[in-house]
Design a protein around this ligand. Structure first.
Ligand code: ATP
Ligand code: MG
Length: 338
C-alpha cells in the first residue's frame, strides 16, 4: 500500500449535493491527510451518507468537486474506485452465503483472479479474526461478526482510503468497542486512510484523530477532539433547583460573575460554562446563597463533543436513549437492501 501520491488523501472543493429543494451537502471544503483517521460526526439527516456517497463515486455531486488519492471523483471515477473501499451503512452481505463466499463474490466483481482472491480472502479474514468461522453461513454470525466481515470485504483490494459509514450502528457497546479496535489497528498497522461517519459522540472522541462536525450539510466545526473541546474555553457546571422560578433567579444572580462565561437554562436545569470550574463553583454558590436561592444539586464536568455541537448549533446532537431507535433503523436498512 505505497503512499504513491503527494498531497492529501481527500480534498473537496465546494462539494454540494441537492435533492430537489433540499441541500443535503452544502459547499463542503475538506482535506483529509494520508494515513489519517478522520471522523464525520453529525445527527441523523446531517448529510454524512450523502457526502460519503459522492466521495465513493456512488452519487454525483450537484456542484463542486473532489479528489481522492489524486483522482477526480467525476473525471477519474474508475481510478477513485480502485483506490477506495467502502463499508456501507446497514448490511449488504448475502446471509445465505458463507463469509468466504461473500468475499469471493466481491473479488469477482473487482475482476480479481482466482489465485489472488484465495490469497486476499485468507489475508483479510485473518485481519478481522474470522478465519475460523469463514465457512459458516453469514446468517449464523453475530452483528459484530457481520460488521467485521464487511470491513474485511472493504479491504479485499487493498484500498488506500476506506470509507466506513456508521460502522457500529446498532451494535451493543461492547461490540462497538471491539470494532473500534479493529478500525484503529487497520489504520495504524496497514496505514489505511480512514473516513468514518458516526453519531456516537464517544466513538468519534476516542477513535478519531480529527473530527468534522456536520449539520444541515455544512461542516460547523473541525479539529482534533481536544482542540474542539478546548475551544469552548471552560468547564461545564450544571445546577438544578426545585422550581423554574428559582432557576430563573439563579441565572439572574450568576450571569455577571467573573468566572462565568456562558449561562443558559432549560426547565429546572442551569448550564454554565466557566473558565475554571473548581473555582467557579464556590463563587456561584456564594452568589446564590446571597440571593437566598436554594440549589438542589451541582455537578462539574469537562466539555464533551456534545457540548461542542450544542455550542455551534444551539441544540444537542442526539436525544438520550437513541440506542433502541438505532437498532430499529439498522434492521430496517438491512431489510430494505435485501
Ligand atoms: N436519495 C435521496 N433523495 C431525497 N433525499 C435524500 C436522499 N438521500 C438523502 N436525502 C436527504 O438528504 C439529507 C441527508 O441525508 P443523509 O442520509 O446524507 O444523512 P446522514 O447524516 O447520513 O443521516 P443518518 O445519520 O440518519 O445516516 C436528509 O434530509 C435525507 O432525507
Ligand atoms: Mg447516513
Amino acid at each position: 500500500m505505497g503512499q504513491n501520491v503527494t498531497g492529501p488523501a481527500i480534498e473537496t472543493n465546494d462539494l454540494t449535493r441537492k435533492f430537489d429543494e433540499l441541500t443535503a451537502v452544502d459547499s463542503v471544503n475538506l482535506t483529509v491527510k494520508q494515513g489519517e483517521l478522520f471522523g464525520l460526526l453529525g445527527p441523523n439527516g446531517a448529510g454524512k451518507t450523502t457526502l460519503i456517497g459522492m466521495l465513493s463515486t456512488m452519487l454525483r455531486p450537484t456542484s463542486g468537486s473532489a479528489r481522492i488519492w489524486g483522482h477526480d471523483i467525476i473525471a477519474d471515477s474508475t481510478k477513485v474506485r480502485q483506490s477506495i473501499g467502502v463499508v456501507f451503512q446497514g448490511s449488504t452481505l448475502d446471509d445465505k452465503l458463507t463469509g468466504r463466499e461473500n468475499l469471493d463474490l466481491h473479488g469477482r466483481l473487482y475482476g480479481m483472479s482466482k489465485d489472488l482472491r484465495r490469497q486476499k480472502i485468507q489475508e483479510v479474514l485473518e485481519l478481522v479474526e474470522l478465519a475460523d468461522r469463514a465457512d459458516e453461513i453469514v446468517k449464523t454470525y453475530s452483528g459484530g461478526m457481520m460488521r467485521r466481515l464487511e470491513i474485511a470485504r472493504g479491504l479485499m483490494h487493498r484500498p488506500h482510503v476506506l470509507f466506513l459509514d456508521e460502522p457500529t450502528l446498532g451494535l451493543d457497546p461492547q461490540t462497538r468497542n471491539h470494532i473500534w479496535e479493529y478500525i484503529k489497528r487497520l489504520n495504524q498497522e496497514e496505514s489505511i486512510t480512514m473516513v468514518l461517519t458516526t453519531h456516537y459522540m464517544e466513538e468519534a472522541d476516542s477513535l478519531c484523530e480529527r473530527i468534522g462536525i456536520i449539520d444541515h450539510g455544512s461542516i460547523v466545526a473541525l479539529g482534533t477532539p481536544a482542540e474542539l473541546k478546548s475551544k469552548l474555553g471552560g468547564d461545564i457546571i450544571t445546577l438544578t433547583t426545585a422550581t423554574e422560578e428559582k432557576a430563573k433567579d439563579v441565572v439572574g444572580s450568576c450571569k455577571d460573575l467573573k468566572l462565568v462565561k456562558d449561562i443558559s437554562r432549560s426547565g429546572l436545569t442551569i448550564r454554565i460554562t466557566a473558565m475554571e470550574g473548581e473555582r467557579a463553583i464556590p463563587e456561584i454558590l456564594n452568589a446564590t446563597a446571597a440571593a437566598k436561592l436554594e440549589v438542589e444539586s451541582v455537578s462539574l464536568r469537562k466539555p464533551t463533543l456534545d457540548d461542542v455541537f450544542l455550542y455551534h448549533t444551539g441544540r444537542a446532537i442526539r436525544e438520550s436513549s437513541v440506542d433502541e431507535t438505532d437498532r430499529i433503523r439498522y434492521k430496517m436498512q438491512t431489510h430494505r437492501r435485501r
